[in-house]
Design a protein around this ligand. Structure first.
Ligand SMILES: [Zn+2]
Ligand SMILES: [Zn+2]
Length: 320
């Protein structure tokens, strides 16, 4: 909403306090730019009504500072233009005289960076504070309450993958080069599952490491090979979240993703060794089945919830 409000009572001799609302998009969000990592995200101003003076957080790098410090260049330009109009208007209609002191932070090149921003966005509802916000790519924490929110991001991604494959009328694909939309959906479903979990793990561990909940070696475990993560979980906990067969099956699907991305789906020496897949034949294509993707989605959800509880929530409750 492009509205300008003059706040009476904040006038001093040489300074004017003027409130200018920055434009919202059609869904009521406003764009924010992190002053630290310079990435963009969106928040709903209605989410701020409880305490507008509270700091907000960058959902990518966890930088924390005042709401105003996340103003985008385009918003600054808009505010400058709006303020100039108000000053001109005041000069001609009031006896304020030379009203020259504008907020000194309103400087910067005049262009609307956010209007040319073309990345895919993800709308997230924070299960902790109830705020709505939008991120571009993978995020770590809620910008409004600062709580880690990886599951809020991961679950919609996995549910979307599941809904894409559930409508397919094929059960498996072998030749990945077929110009077939169905084969493509099944193939990308496996890749997307593994990528989504990798991003979730990275942000959860980065956040927990910064909070000193975990050590550096836990943070640096690569999710390309599930064996290392399994070893670590077995060491830290005396309960088994999965059977041996489930770990092996999931581990072989993670390896299958590697040959799909790097070897065109053809079994190589690495897969023969790490995949532990009795159906694998060296230099042959290996099928992906719909049932495997469904298993992997359930596995990743359970593993992610366990990591969230064990390495994040348990430490939060100890500290609080
Ligand atoms: Zn940032
Ligand atoms: Zn929140």
């Amino acid at each position: 909403m492009k509205k300008q409000i003059l706040q009476p009572g904040r006038f001093r001799t040489t300074e004017i306090g003027i409130h200018v609302d920055v434009p919202k998009d059609t869904d009521g969000y406003i764009q924010r730019l992190c002053p630290e990592c310079e990435e963009l995200f969106k928040i709903k101003p209605s989410s701020l009504t409880r305490d507008p003076m509270k700091n907000i957080y960058c959902p990518y790098c966890f930088h924390e500072s005042a709401l105003d410090s996340y103003t985008t260049l385009g918003q600054r330009a808009y505010m400058q233009r709006t303020l100039r109009k108000i000053i001109r208007c005041n000069k001609s209609t009031s006896s304020l005289g030379s009203a020259t002191c504008i907020n000194p932070h309103l400087k910067g090149p005049i262009y609307d960076a956010e209007h040319t921003y073309q990345r895919v966005d993800t709308q997230i509802h924070c299960s902790t504070c109830g705020s709505d916000y939008i991120v571009y790519g993978i995020s770590g924490i809620c910008p409004l309450c600062g709580k880690y929110n990886g599951l809020d991001y991961l679950y919609p991604s996995l549910n979307l993958i599941e809904s894409r494959i559930s409508t397919l009328d094929i059960e498996e694909v072998i030749d990945y080069y077929l110009p077939d939309e169905k084969a493509h959906i099944l193939k990308t479903a496996l890749v997307d599952c593994v990528i989504s979990f990798g991003a979730y793990y990275k942000y959860l561990m980065d956040f927990c490491y910064k909070q000193k909940f975990i050590s550096g070696d836990m943070k640096n475990i690569s999710t390309e090979n599930l064996d290392k993560l399994r070893e670590r979980i077995d060491k830290d906990s005396n309960i088994s979240i999965f059977t041996n067969e489930e770990w092996i099956k999931a581990g072989s699907l993670f390896q299958k993703r590697n040959i799909l991305v790097h070897k065109g789906g053809i079994v190589d020496e690495g897969y023969m060794k790490l995949g532990r897949d009795p159906k694998a034949e060296l230099n042959h294509a290996i099928p992906i089945t719909k049932a495997e993707i469904k298993f992997l989605i359930i596995f990743i959800k359970k593993l992610s919830e366990y990591l969230y509880q064990e390495y994040y929530l348990n430490h939060i409750s100890i500290n609080e």
